[in-house]
Write a protein that binds this ligand. Structure first.
Ligand code: FE2
Ligand code: FE2
Length: 392
């Protein structure tokens, strides 16, 4: 048995304790801090040398490693969500102070985002159906669904208090939306993990750009008169949630990339080749919504390339789409029984050293959390290196 040395490992610590509002929710400043932190998930590092024995890692063992990490990441996520983002869509915002004279486009944006988030029961139940074997992933989807549901309710409140749609019109629209049900764009857990990475990042960008309009900072003069602190705060808190969702799914994608690199890179390629935001094919007035979103500069193909694909590739250390295609092609030229060589053919597609360090940092973050609640004494979580990886 050989011993592999790893020069850099990390100790995870939660940052951003920040100030809190009287109801126990974090302050706006704290949430904004959380947002910038989660835009590029923090690398919580302190160097410390470690050594691990290396052996062949079976497929079952790889899957067990991923599952164990998801279980720990889920617990870490819940603790952080309860501490940092425990807000209520009715009481968190001063809805009675919301403006009632917004431009028609702003009202259309609110209605459009309301429509997308209306399908949360479908998103949750459909994804649960394919990840139910994984306790970490399925439990996370419940927590995620609860956070997405409050987005639907936040937008419903914004629409109602804008006084530009009657309660009856909102109910009627809701009924129209619910006549259709959302179905999965991909039927397997790996592709859905990657889909949600891009989707959460895209949603976060949509809300950040809408927040810009609501702060009166849009570069489009048509929105110069739409500043509204209540709406701006709603957009920002939702964007913080989306950033946290993105960070969870990104950690999941990194785990898969480390333990199943070939399948994961293929899934990334598949997802970006067919990506569309959820529910746009079932929202009855989507063409109007999409046109408004595009015209407002909130989202579109260029935004997707620059603010979604770019940062996701950076976070996964993927060099670019062309390298991804070439790497996948090269692995196909190597027989399946040459597992290590197949992995080696992918080293030009992403940075294996950084990909490994990101998984080690995740392990340290989970380990620190589990130690803090006493679990580590009974069920310690050990990092299992992938022996296919090049020695650092
Ligand atoms: Fe959402
Ligand atoms: Fe989300």
């Amino acid at each position: 048995m050989t011993v592999k040395s790893y020069p850099n490992s990390t100790n995870g610590t939660s940052s951003g304790a920040g100030s809190r509002l009287k109801n126990g929710s974090p302050s706006y400043e704290t949430l904004t801090g959380t947002l910038s932190e989660a835009m590029l998930p923090p690398d919580l590092t302190e160097g410390k040398p470690k050594e691990w024995p290396v052996a062949v890692l079976s497929r079952e063992e790889r899957e067990r490693q991923v599952e164990r990490a998801f279980a720990g990441l889920y617990r870490w996520y819940v603790a952080r969500s309860q501490k940092m983002r425990n807000w209520n869509p009715d009481s968190e915002f001063e809805w009675s102070r919301m403006r009632t004279d917004h431009s028609d486009d702003v009202v259309q944006l609110i209605e459009g985002f309301f429509a997308v988030e209306q399908y949360t029961p479908d998103y949750t139940s459909e994804i649960l159906r394919i990840v139910r074997q994984s306790s970490g992933r399925s439990n996370f989807q419940l927590r995620w669904g609860a956070e997405e549901e409050r987005h639907a309710n936040t937008w419903e409140n914004a629409l109602l208090f804008s006084q530009r749609r009657s309660p009856e019109a909102i109910e009627d629209y809701k009924g129209q939306l619910r006549n259709n049900n959302w179905t999965l764009p991909w039927e397997d857990p790996l592709h859905m993990m990657l889909y949600t990475v891009f989707q959460e990042r895209a949603t976060q960008i949509n809300y950040l750009n809408f927040a810009k309009i609501a702060r009166g900072e849009s570069e489009n003069p048509a929105f110069a008169g739409d500043a509204d602190p209540v709406l701006a705060r709603a957009c920002t808190l939702l964007a913080v949630d989306e950033a946290a969702h993105y960070a969870f799914f990104l950690e999941g994608a990194r785990l898969y990339l480390y333990y199943q690199p070939e399948e994961t890179l293929q899934a990334i390629h598949d997802v970006i080749s067919h990506f569309a935001m959820p529910a746009q094919n079932i929202i009855p007035n989507w063409p109007v919504v999409a046109e408004t979103i595009y015209r407002a500069g909130v989202y579109g193909p260029r935004v997707f390339q620059r603010d979604v694909i770019g940062p996701v590739f950076d976070n996964l250390t993927v060099t670019g789409k062309k390298a991804l295609e070439n790497g996948i092609k090269r692995t196909r030229e190597i027989p399946n029984d040459e597992g290590t060589m197949r992995s080696t053919a992918l080293w030009d597609v992403f940075d294996p050293g950084e990909a490994e360090r990101s998984v080690m940092r995740l392990h340290d973050k989970i380990g620190a959390y589990e130690a803090s609640v006493g679990r580590a004494a009974l069920d310690p979580f050990h990092f299992q290196p992938n022996p296919d990886w090049p020695v650092a």
